[in-house]
Write a protein that binds this ligand. Sequence first.
Ligand SMILES: Cc1cc2nc3c(=O)[nH]c(=O)nc-3n(C[C@H](O)[C@H](O)[C@H](O)COP(=O)(O)OP(=O)(O)OC[C@H]3O[C@@H](n4cnc5c(N)ncnc54)[C@H](O)[C@@H]3O)c2cc1C
Length: 433
Amino acid sequence: MAWDFETEPDYQRKLDWADEFVREEVEPLDQLWGQDTFVPRDETKRKILEPLKDEVKRQDLWATHLGPELGGQGHGQLKLALLNEILGRSPWASHVFGCQAPDTGNAEIIAHYGTPRQKKQYLQPLLDGELFSSYSMTEPHAGADPTQFTTRAVKDGDGWVINGWKYFSSNAKTASFLIVMAVTDPEVSAYQGMSMFLVPTDTPGVHIERNVGLFGEPVNEGFHALIHYEDVRVPGDALLGGEGKAFAVAQTRLGGGRIHHAMRTIGLAQKALDMMCERALSRHTQGSRLADKQFVQGYIADSYAQLVQFRLFVLHTAWKIDKYNDYRKVRKDIATAKIVMPTVLHDVAWRAMQVHGALGVTNEMPFFRMIHGAGVLGLADGPTEVHKVTVAKQVLRDYQPAPDQWPSEWLPRKQAAAKAKFAELLEHEVGNL
Ligand SMILES: Cc1cc2nc3c(=O)[nH]c(=O)nc-3n(C[C@H](O)[C@H](O)[C@H](O)COP(=O)(O)OP(=O)(O)OC[C@H]3O[C@@H](n4cnc5c(N)ncnc54)[C@H](O)[C@@H]3O)c2cc1C
C-alpha cells in the first residue's frame, strides 16, 4: 500500500545538500543584492551565480519542475515541493535552482503552445536564466474579474494589432517578452472571446508608462509595470494556443504557479518560526526566558500547528498533481492552498516579530518584509476572496439540497427511521419486559 511520509534516501540526501547549500551559499546573496532578482546580471553577478547554478546542475536539482526534454529532471511536483520549501527561505534560491516565478509558468506556456522558433528564441534562454519574461493580464480598471478586460487584439493581414492598457505586469522592464491577454472577439463571452499573445518587449508600441513599486521601494522604480499597448503589431504565430483560448492557456501557468508559491511559503514561514524559537530561548524578562511564558508558548504552538497543517496539505496537493497530471482535478486543492498561505505566513511572521520586541519592527530584521509578502500573496494570482468562491463552488458540487424543509440530519426524522428499521426487534424487546 502506497501511503508513506518518508522521502527516498537518495532524494533526502539531495534535500539535505540543498538545505545546507541555500543557507551557506545562496542566502548571502540576499544580503548583497536584496530582492533585485530580475535586474539584468552584470559581470560580477554572473561570476558569482554561474558556479552556483553549475553546482545545482551537478546535483541534478536544476529546474526539477521540468521534464528531461526541457532540461529538467522530471522529478514531479511532490519532490519539487520538498525542494521548494527549502528554497522559500531566500529570494535568490529559486533563481539559482532554475525554478523562479513567473518565468516557470511562462516557460510552461511556451513549452505547450510556442512554435519551434519561439521555443528556440525564448524557452531555452528562459530556462537557463539568461532572460526574463512577464505576464501581462491585469488591467488598471479590472484585475480579479477578467471578463471586464478591454485590451483588444484585431486581425490585420497575417498578424494582429494590440491596443489597450495593462497593469502590474511584473518584471516587464527587464523582460524580453510579454505574454498578453487580449479580447479577440467582443461578441462572445469573455471565456471564448479572449486570446493570449507572445509580444517581444521591444516591439514598437509597447510603452511602459510606470514601474510601480511595492511598499518600501522608491516611487516609479519598482518592478510592476503599467503598460500602454499602442498599435502593437505582432505576427500570426504570436497567438498562443489558438483564438479564444486565453483561459485554457492561463491555467497552464496559474495552477502550477500558485502551488509553487505555496511550497516556497512553507520555507519562509518556517524561517519565521525558527527565529521565534531562537528568540524565545535567548531572551530573559521578569524572571524567566520568553520560552517559559505561556503567551509565548501559545505563539509557538499555534504557529507550529498552522505551519504543519499547511505543509501537509501542500504536499498532499503536490502528490495529487503528480497522480492525476491534470490541474483541473486539483483546482479546489490549489485554490485552498492559495487562500490559506497568506494567513499562515502573516500569522507566524507577526508572532515572531512580536516576540522580538522593538528589534522585530526594525529594518534590521526581515519580519515586516515577510508580513508585506503575505499581503502580496493574498492578491497576486487573484485575491483570496475570489479563490474562496472557487473553493466553495467546488465543495458544493459534492452536495445535494435537503429532501424537504428539514435537513437530512434532522434528529426527529432520523430517530423515527431508526425505530422503523429495528421495529421488529424493538417490539420484541418491549414484549420481553
Ligand atoms: C506583487 C504583485 C504582482 C503581480 N503580478 C502580476 C503579473 O505579473 N501580471 C498580472 O497580470 N497581474 C499581476 N498582479 C495583479 C494581480 O493579479 C491583481 O492584483 C489581482 O488579480 C487583483 O486585481 P486588482 O488588484 O485589480 O483588485 P480588484 O479586482 O479591484 O479587487 C480588489 C479587492 O476586491 C475584493 N474582491 C474582488 N473580487 C471579489 C469577489 N469576486 N468577491 C469578493 N471580493 C472581491 C478583494 O478584496 C480584492 O482584493 C500582481 C499583483 C501583485 C500585488
